[in-house]
Design a protein around this ligand. Structure first.
Ligand code: ADP
Length: 375
């Protein structure tokens, strides 16, 4: 039995190493959606070019007919479906069962498919549901060796306020939630509902409930544009039945608000305020990533709720240059991070597409050591 466990675990490690060129713990997958009906009707051309023999490269045609070349850990073409995306994501998400913290986030302009990738549709479910399904499958197959407990929290960061999506606040004012540091040094949100889940039945209903509560607004760019960051947190508690060792790790699945700059979408009033808050948290995320990349001693996690909450997952290891050296050399990093950079192929979105791809290239440039298991 133990051999089966070890085989399975080494198979997952092999897949993880094979699927992704192992360079650090930050992976970047690019996903390009198909041109939509409106774009086709308006005569927009596709500016994204893919080489059928390369699975990790793409080119964007510039207005001066030059081509800008990008390389990521994987590039999903418009025709790649949810299954193909999850096949590449699976080895990363299942490592939460081995005690790793994992953070997956979808970044990009509104309308590029962030929600499609993470949430999906009832017919075409995305990474969130597929992940839970896979975690149940794996935990069941290992139940004779490890007892797993899975629970789910869902929250939204909207205008720098945290809202619990598993609580129906329609009849009363929402409870005020804040990020607090626990005695163990992890970031927690006291009072957040943590719903234990036992099998796939019910998980979809729970997710649907959360998605419903999530606030949506309307902008010129997208009628159902999501103006909030939506975070799904899966907590995995494991108890090894052979040696009694316990682990507790978090998997964050994050659908970020649109990354477009204000001005592109014609917004005013409430919508303008939302856009400013979104810009604030996304630029805080950018600052954290830049600070991590340049290995400076101060990482500005606390500049927004989003980065503060993800501190243990996103932020990986580097609290100072010395720390980087120490951790990478002696202990390995803390967490596995995957960013989906979502893009539109349309000539009309070329500027935003280049911004997103440049940001994603910066993220990919962050070096990190091997992830560290949580005790
Ligand atoms: P975002 O969350 O980035 O604002 P959405 O996920 O809402 O974008 O996607 C916008 C629209 O494009 C939706 O109607 C969605 O179903 C569709 N879409 C996005 N990505 C794909 C894809 N890869 N294949 C097919 N349709 C897609």
């Amino acid at each position: 039995v133990e051999k089966q466990y070890l085989d399975e675990s080494s198979e997952r490690k092999r897949l993880y190493n094979e699927v992704i060129e192992l360079k650090g713990n930050i992976r970047v997958f690019c996903r390009c959606r198909p041109l939509n009906q409106a774009e086709i009707a308006n005569g927009c051309a596709s500016v994204a070019e893919f080489d059928p023999t390369q699975e990790n490269e793409l080119q964007i045609l510039s207005s001066d007919s030059s081509k800008k070349h990008f390389k990521f850990d994987h590039v999903f073409k418009p025709e790649d479906g949810q299954e193909a995306v999850f096949a590449q994501t699976k080895p990363i998400v299942t490592s939460v069962l081995d005690g790793y913290n994992v953070c997956i986030f979808a970044y990009g302009q509104t309308g590029t498919g962030k929600t499609f990738t993470m949430e999906g549709t009832p017919e075409n479910r995305g990474v969130n549901y597929r992940t839970l399904e896979e975690l149940f499958r794996c935990s069941e197959s290992r139940s004779h060796l490890t007892k797993f407990e899975l629970s789910v929290s869902m929250l939204e960061v909207y205008n720098e306020k945290i809202r619990d999506l598993l609580v129906d606040n329609s009849n009363q004012p929402p409870k005020k939630l804040e990020v607090k540091q626990s005695a163990e040094g992890t970031q927690e949100v006291p009072g957040l509902v943590e719903a234990q889940v036992y099998n796939t039945d019910g998980v979809w209903d729970l997710l649907k409930k959360g998605y419903c509560v999530r606030s949506v607004g309307s902008t010129a760019a997208n009628e159902q544009s999501s103006r909030s960051h939506c975070l799904l947190r899966v907590t995995v508690k494991g108890e090894n039945l052979i040696n009694g060792q316990r682990t507790r790790s978090h998997l964050w699945l994050v659908d970020l608000a649109g990354s477009e700059r204000v001005g592109k979408v014609e917004v005013e009033g409430e919508r303008l305020k939302e856009s400013q808050f979104i810009n604030k948290s996304l630029s805080a995320l950018g600052d954290v990533i830049s600070a991590l990349a340049s290995k400076t001693s101060h990482i500005p996690y606390r500049n927004s709720k989003l980065t503060h909450m993800l501190q243990n997952s996103l932020g990986i290891l580097f609290s100072s240059q010395w720390c980087v050296y120490f951790i990478v050399t002696y202990t390995g990093g803390d967490c596995k991070t995957l960013m989906f950079v979502q893009i539109s192929p349309s000539s009309a979105d070329q500027g935003e597409t280049l911004c997103s791809l440049n940001f994603a290239s910066r993220v990919r440039g962050i070096e990190s050591g091997p992830a560290r298991k949580q005790a």
